[in-house]
Design a protein around this ligand. Structure first.
Ligand code: UTP
Length: 473
């Protein structure tokens, strides 16, 4: 986009103030500003200003939510064969080259306060492996077990894209073939003030931020990743977030159940820690499965109990999904493309004051940001499968620098998970008086994907002494 086109486009859209400081900018800065402006989807923004900025969409639920039917973690009596067959099917899908992994890693990770892409954050308790390496090793091992490499699609954001590519290249893709790892960058949306005016982050930079994890659906299509999956014969996509070190990137039972039940989109759920836990709630509204954000679930429903005294809305979302490729094609393809709803978030956004040229960071929310959420695709799927998993097996996100959902809690949970696995193999691990393991244990993802190998390695371990550091590979 050249300067004249950009100027007339912004003027036509009532956003000409983006050029306020043009005369002060060096040529490189002018180019940068034009590049930023070229990324703005003005027509979507114009549509959102009346509904999401000047007023807020109603948070009232559209219908009467019902709890969802979720498949249990362990098969009900008489269903053992179904689960065995599903797991076998999952393994066959991998062996047939029909499974790919998708990691969304385009977020800004502001709460963690780490100045590199979040996937580079070192987390494993003994070996200090970064998140990306844990996933890479699991994907590599699952592919080796199936006899076929598993393609891995990694969604980045504008600021994490190049650093992420460089990081993988410097580390030789953690043993994966570069041909099997595809990076694609998500789109951005500008932050606007309460009148809908786009904010300038600096005199030559628009305040742009990634358009939410739901942006992956469209970005998969526009980047060519979806077409690449089709070319490779991939039928199912295993979706997870970059900040969850407990996740199984390739879970044969989950993927097998997804296909066995004919689902277009599936989800892993965990029982909520408490009524008001800050996770999305799976529900059925007007016959469609959806996720109701914790902020939107009325307290009366959040506290509701069944006649047995159980929490009625107990299935919490951990952002682990399976997608059928054909469903993604239907969502994103041509005339039939289905749009996800936009969410608004009020945030304090640093910006340059037009009158003074000063950059300020208000301590109160001053701006609206727009995001798409991946779980909003659930109601669009004709068939949905939800599998209830134990939280300790699959979920402990790294969101904050300290406290809840921090590196410390994720590491603690990784140790607990590894210790459970050892104990399931008959290995005793010393425990402290509060019941916590008295050893720092880490199991290589390559062993986790293969129970038989894990048993052999565990059997060879010998006694674990209190305070020991154990790495099993
Ligand atoms: P979060 O919603 O926790 O956001 O993302 P975040 O950016 O990681 O962290 P904060 O809120 O700034 O502290 C959950 C997952 O979705 C991805 C993130 O990378 C993470 O894996 N995500 C989020 C994207 O890929 N794109 C986005 O636009 C937002």
């Amino acid at each position: 986009m050249n300067a004249d086109t950009a100027r007339s486009e912004t003027a036509r859209r009532g956003q000409e103030h983006l050029f306020t400081f043009w005369g002060e900018l060096a040529p490189g800065q002018q180019r940068q500003l034009l590049e930023d402006i070229a990324q703005i989807d003005f027509s979507t923004l114009e549509r959102l200003i009346p509904t999401h900025v000047r007023s807020a969409p109603s948070a009232a639920l559209a219908g009467d939510p019902e709890p969802v039917d979720a498949l249990p973690d362990q098969p009900d009596p008489g269903k053992e064969d179904d689960y065995r067959r599903a797991e076998q099917l999952g393994l066959e899908l991998v062996a047939g080259g029909k499974v790919a992994a998708l990691t969304v890693a385009g977020g800004q990770g502001t709460r963690l306060g780490f100045d590199r892409p979040k996937g580079e954050f070192t987390i494993s308790p003994v070996m200090n492996k970064p998140l990306f390496q844990l996933f890479a090793e699991a994907i590599l091992a699952a592919g080796r077990r199936g006899g076929r490499p598993i393609p891995w699609y990694v969604m980045t954001g504008p600021t994490t894209d190049q650093p992420t590519r460089d990081y993988f290249a410097e580390r030789s893709y953690f043993g994966l073939s570069p041909d099997d790892v595809t990076f694609f960058c998500q789109s951005v949306m500008p932050a606007v003030d309460r009148e809908g005016r786009i904010l300038l982050d600096q005199k030559h930079r628009v305040a742009l931020s990634p358009n939410g994890h739901g942006g992956c659906l469209l970005a998969l299509a526009t980047s060519g990743a979806l077409a690449d999956m089709k070319r490779r014969g991939v039928e199912v996509l295993s979706y997870f977030q970059v900040d969850n070190p407990l996740v199984a990137p390739i879970d044969p039972l989950f993927l097998g159940l997804h296909c066995q039940t004919g689902a277009e989109m599936s989800a892993v759920a965990v029982p909520k820690a408490d009524d008001l836990e800050r996770v999305g709630n799976f529900a059925r509204v007007d016959g469609r499965v959806c996720v109701i954000e914790y902020t939107d679930l009325p307290p009366a429903l959040a506290h509701q109990r069944t006649p047995d005294g159980d929490r009625r809305f107990d299935a919490g979302s951990i952002a682990v999904h399976a997608f059928s490729r054909t469903f993604l094609e239907r969502l994103t393809g041509g005339d039939e493309a289905i749009a996800l709803p936009w969410h608004r978030a009020e945030k304090s956004v640093a910006h340059v004051e037009l009158a003074t040229g000063e950059r300020v960071l208000p301590d109160q929310p001053n701006a609206v940001k727009f995001e798409l959420f991946v779980f909003d695709a659930l109601p669009l799927a004709n068939q949905v499968m939800i599998l209830l998993r134990k939280r300790t097996d699959c979920f402990s996100p790294v969101k904050n620098a300290e406290g809840v959902d921090s590196a410390a809690t994720a590491q603690r949970d990784m140790i607990r998970q590894a210790v459970h696995r050892l104990e399931a193999c008959g290995v005793g691990v010393p425990r402290r008086s509060d019941g916590e393991p008295d050893a720092v244990v880490e199991i290589s993802p390559a062993l986790v994907v293969d129970e038989e190998k894990l048993r052999v390695a565990a059997a060879a371990l010998g006694q674990i002494h209190p305070g020991a550091q154990v790495y099993l590979e």
